[in-house]
Write a protein that binds this ligand. Structure first.
Ligand code: DC
Length: 221
């Protein structure tokens, strides 16, 4: 039987870094569900469909094939109609588009079905917002990974500085708070901590400590 670890949490909590490392350690497949919503966002932008035009987006869904592949290092690549869009989905514009299209019920239904099919085939570490609440309610291990707004803003500011982009820490904090609010209050699959998810607060933990904490929790199940 495949084993599954669900990691949910707000933006900037370090979910993908941590989930990828946990998967590598255990020899499971890492599934970044945010990347799938980003691929839908990218498609909508490319086709110049208005992000607010839910009807048109839903009509386009059957034309949209999203799949994942893994290179020799186990790094996930996202394919949109056969084209590798792994880098193209990492822009602010696509991030905004993903945030809008992920609110549409039909978009979620399509991607959730795909995610569930993947987890049936193989052991996975899956990260997102609705993994424990919706995609894999029977996951063997459920983690709610978070960090304080201040710490998440500091990490984001560091990333921006490394890229040479100027940033204002207060503005970054405000963005994070707004995104948290949107994720937690949307009608479709809002971000929630399910009752049986173990809370891991990474505010005062290093990446390695966070990975070890989650591996410990997974081993004890
Ligand atoms: O984690 P991320 O920033 O790559 O996610 C991109 C967007 O997709 C973000 O607005 C939240 C949304 N998302 C979602 O609604 N459900 C998921 N399981 C994963 C991401």
């Amino acid at each position: 039987m495949p084993y599954s670890i669900a990691i949910d949490g707000p933006a900037g909590a370090g979910k993908s870094t941590i989930a990828r490392a946990v998967a590598k350690e255990l020899g499971y497949v890492y599934i970044d569900t945010g990347a799938m919503y980003r691929a839908v966002g990218l498609y909508v932008l490319k086709k110049k469909i208005e992000l607010s035009d839910e009807k048109k987006i839903v009509e386009a869904l059957p034309l949209l094939d999203i799949s994942l592949s893994y290179d020799d290092e186990g790094v996930q690549h996202v394919l949109l109609n056969g084209e590798d869009v792994s880098s193209a989905i990492r822009t602010e514009r696509v991030s905004e588009a993903a945030s809008v299209v992920s609110q549409y019920k039909a978009v979620r239904e399509k991607l959730v079905a795909l995610q569930q099919a993947l987890a049936k085939r193989t052991s996975v570490v899956m990260d997102g917002r609705d993994i424990a609440s919706k995609v894999l309610p029977d996951a063997d291990t459920k983690i709610y990974l978070t960090a304080s707004v201040e710490e998440r803003a500091r990490r984001r500011a560091r990333e921006l500085q490394e890229k040479g982009e100027p940033c204002n820490i207060k503005a970054v904090e405000k963005d994070i708070e707004e995104r948290d609010y949107r994720d937690m209050h949307r009608a479709q699959s809002p971000l929630v901590r399910v009752e049986d998810a173990v809370l891991v607060d990474s505010s005062d933990l290093t990446i390695d400590e966070t990975i070890d904490r989650i591996l410990d929790i997974a081993m004890k199940r």
